[in-house]
Ligand binder design. Structure first.
Ligand code: ATP
Ligand code: MG
Length: 441
């Protein structure tokens, strides 16, 4: 018999519910993860007790989703979602069940869940309840719908994104009928909210298998939510630096950066301007002049459409604008580049640039690596020296210019910029007397 070690608090909740004469099980993702030996993110509980009864049995509860039958039980700082057995009503909008119907049958509750591996329940005295072959699918590493895949995606197309996200997180394949239904119902993703698509796409992107983006294209999913990706996969680049298409190169870059949202998004989108900037010269060489600027604009539109927060949009687009900058590896130019990129983003910028170049052909790699090592060393030295990089570190402030007789206005900004330019080239010039003497009009 499969046994699962439940956290002490989860056992306590199951016991309290059982003690009051109810059925209660750990269910869904936590059971799946526990069997796989992964640490569950959160433990969800399913019960035949009605929400009002759950609230009576525990001292501290929050009505997090009471309309769906979910009450969060608080034990100390931790919250556990306890949901009454449900069966879903019809899905006439292909997104939400029309109504939530409570049921007394665990089987009915498990039947409404998306995939066999997510439809198992567990309690210590009963053991594992696995009505749809979830354990077998875990062993075979497949994502399979509970019931008829066409019906399940017809009800809720978000499940299409979830299928690919789980396949990327767990390194599972899509069972044949599930995959066929995904291809058939992919156009239904148009009905799903951008926020929910964003969450699934991001989880896939920071998973151990972002290369499942190829599956997204193959299944017709990106054609609906990110058609530019399909274009990137078809955009060949033939020049000494690249042997891969824009899309395949992009996949390598994604794999080469740490699994953090901003870096993975910047990697995904860093060359998204290339398809629209592509030119082929007389010698049959491909060029992409201006692709960084163009790509940053396209990326901004895409990220805003998916309702990413402003900070993410701005960090990602800033990284894209600068990802292909050329400058010499001298202290003055590196200081200017830190100023251009921003001190906060410079470490991420270095990671992106390295990942990008490692994903190009070996043609110019040696030369790049030498230059890159110098830039990194200079960056460390500049940080250690505390050199002035931005206006906030400049020895002269706007108030100094006013005190010296300048009128507030745009001219003041220009003077400060000229001073900063000087100091970036020569840090020892960051001296009030020197700067005022040299640059005051
Ligand atoms: P994660 O590790 O991302 O939390 P999870 O499997 O716990 O994965 P949740 O979104 O937390 O996923 O959902 C909890 C459970 O609810 C799932 O395991 C599944 O049984 C069910 N579920 C969630 N979303 C859907 C859906 N769109 N359709 C059907 N069942 C769903
Ligand atoms: Mg979960």
């Amino acid at each position: 018999m499969q046994t699962i070690l439940l956290p002490e608090k989860v056992s306590r909740i199951l016991e309290v519910l059982a003690g009051a004469g109810h059925e209660a099980y750990a269910v869904g993702g936590c059971v799946r993860d526990a069997i796989l030996g992964r640490i569950p993110g959160d433990w969800d509980i399913t019960t035949n007790a009605l929400p009002e009864e759950v609230k009576r049995l525990f001292r501290r509860t929050v009505d997090t989703g009471i309309q769906h039958g979910t009450v969060t039980v608080m034990l100390g700082e931790e919250g556990f979602e306890v949901t009454t057995y449900r069966q879903d009503g019809d899905y006439s909008d292909h997104r939400h069940p029309d109504g939530v119907v409570f049921t007394t049958s665990l089987a009915e509750d498990l039947k409404r869940r998306d995939f066999t591996i997510n439809a198992m329940a567990y309690r210590p005295d009963t053991g594992l309840v696995d009505l749809f072959g979830g354990q077998e699918d875990l062993r075979r590493k497949v994502i399979r719908c509970v019931g008829d895949p066409r019906e399940r995606f017809d009800e809720d197309a978000l499940r299409i994104m979830r299928a690919l996200r789980f396949s990327a997180q767990l390194d599972f394949t899509l069972e044949k009928k599930t995959r066929e239904a995904i291809r058939e119902f992919a156009p239904r993703l148009q009905l799903i909210s951008k926020e929910r698509i964003r969450e699934e796409l991001l989880k896939l992107l920071v998973s151990p298998h972002p290369d499942r983006l190829l599956d997204l294209a193959e299944c017709g999913i990106t054609a609906e939510i990110f058609p530019l990706w399909d274009t990137m996969l078809k955009t060949d680049q033939s020049n000494p630096y690249h042997t891969l298409s824009v899309g395949m190169h992009t996949l390598r870059v994604i794999e080469n950066v740490p699994a953090e949202p901003v870096l993975r998004l910047a990697a995904l989108l860093h060359d998204c301007g290339k398809p629209s900037c592509k030119t082929v010269d007389l010698g049959d060489l491909t060029h992409f002049h201006g692709h960084a600027q163009v790509g940053a604009k396209i990326a901004e539109t895409f990220l805003k459409e998916l309702r990413f927060d402003n900070k993410t949009v701005s960090d990602v687009t800033r990284l894209i604008v600068v990802h292909d900058d050329r400058y010499s590896a001298t202290p003055a130019k590196v200081r200017r580049q830190i100023n251009r990129v921003g001190e906060d983003l410079f470490p991420s910028y270095l990671k992106l640039v390295l990942a990008d170049n490692l994903a190009k052909s070996p043609y110019a790699l040696d030369q790049f690596m030498r230059r890159y090592a110098t830039v990194c060393r200079l960056y460390e030295e500049i940080k250690a020296a505390g050199d002035c990089i931005t206006l906030k570190d400049l020895a002269v402030k706007g108030s100094d210019l006013i005190a010296a007789g300048m009128k507030p206005g745009p001219e003041m900004g220009k003077v400060l910029d000229r001073m900063l330019e000087d100091v970036l080239a020569e840090p020892s010039h960051n001296d009030k007397e020197y700067l005022l003497g040299r640059y005051l009009p």
